[in-house]
Write a protein that binds this ligand. Structure first.
Ligand SMILES: [Zn+2]
Length: 333
């Protein structure tokens, strides 16, 4: 499907059925010099209907890198959807070099169910690269990589916190990789957490295939948050300028990011109602009280303290806490 925009940049909106369905993304087959929209089939539902991811593509007539921006690999993480929609409204086909690809929703079944995990309760971002002849989530993951992600040179994968938690605007990247480190810093996020990605994550799998990828965390699930959406768009603008895909200049962040060499979640050791005290971005002193746990009658059971100096990257917002519940995500720098 090729879209023409009018003078106001408003595209004639096609019905979903008028958008062509493809079985595999082939960059060379995309129309050059235009915005195009596609449905890419991954698997089938029990009714035999295709489960398809939506794709926005801007392929220039001029050579350049292939940059992918994807969202909702966890189905309830919607801020990134709006980022991708706005990105494609802001970037003009005439200005772009290379190829810009956006997938507003990667985990389609979970998006419809408004949940984080795939329909078999599996986290797609822990089972990459999936398995071509595996179970439902494994096949879906495998086809995501073989039919879509393998086309990319660069990936910005947009996420948020899970239900019951909140995140800062922060980036996860392998800061020992100079290209990934540069992409991370271009996002203008206040915090960067270094790491190569756990086994089974999309980022670690694509790294093995030569794709430079970073994960960008955009605050909270189940909600559009205009401020972080705009911040992420600024980061993508910077990324495209840096890669030579659009003209312009890189906008520097108001202050340099705090780059954490490692990070971890603090957990409770018993159940109760949890009150987490610091705010996102607070810098904690060693042994600072960070949370209080109450029993159901309101008595204070215990307090939790920061084991070391660090910055609050994310925190629990849901007070209903079982033993082992998360308290806060501490970034150490
Ligand atoms: Zn996520």
């Amino acid at each position: 499907m090729i879209l023409e925009k009018n003078a106001n940049g408003i595209a004639a909106l096609p019905m979903n059925d008028s958008i062509a369905t493809i079985e595999k993304l082939d960059i060379a087959q995309l129309p050059a010099g235009r915005l195009s929209r596609w449905w890419l089939t991954l698997t089938d539902s029990a009714f035999g209907e295709p489960i398809r991811i939506p794709i926005l593509a801007l392929r220039s007539t001029r050579p350049g890198p292939v940059l992918g921006v994807t969202a909702a690999l966890h189905g309830n993480e919607v801020n990134g959807i709006r980022v991708i929609q706005k990105l494609f409204q802001q970037v003009s086909a005439a200005d772009v070099r290379g190829v810009l690809i956006g997938v507003p929703v990667v985990n389609v079944p979970a998006f419809h169910a408004q949940q984080r995990f795939f329909t078999d309760d599996v986290d797609l971002n822990r089972i990459m690269p999936g398995k071509a002849d595996g179970n439902a989530s494994e096949v879906y993951a495998s086809r995501l990589i073989e039919r879509f992600y393998c086309n990319l040179n660069y990936l910005i994968d947009l996420h948020t916190a899970s239900f019951g938690r909140t995140n800062s605007y922060y980036v996860r990247a392998d800061m020992t990789d100079p290209e990934a480190a540069t992409l991370a810093r271009l996002q203008n996020a206040p915090i960067i957490v270094s790491g190569s990605g756990e086994a089974g994550t999309l980022r670690s799998q694509l790294h093995e295939r030569g794709v430079v990828g970073i994960t960008v965390e955009l605050c909270d699930p189940h909600i559009f948050q205009r401020q972080v959406i705009d911040q992420s768009l600024q980061g993508l603008h910077n990324t495209m300028v840096h890669l030579g895909m659009i003209p312009g200049r890189i906008i520097a962040p108001p202050r340099p990011p705090i780059e954490c060499r490692t990070s971890y979640w603090m957990h409770t050791d018993r159940g109760g109602l949890l009150e987490v005290l610091p705010s996102l971005g607070d810098v904690l002193a060693p042994h600072q009280t960070v949370a209080r746990l109450y029993n159901i009658f309101g008595d204070l059971i215990t307090e939790y303290r920061s084991p070391e100096r660090g910055i609050v990257v994310g925190k629990s917002t849901n007070p209903v806490n079982q033993t082992g519940g998360r308290i806060l995500h501490l970034g150490v720098y």
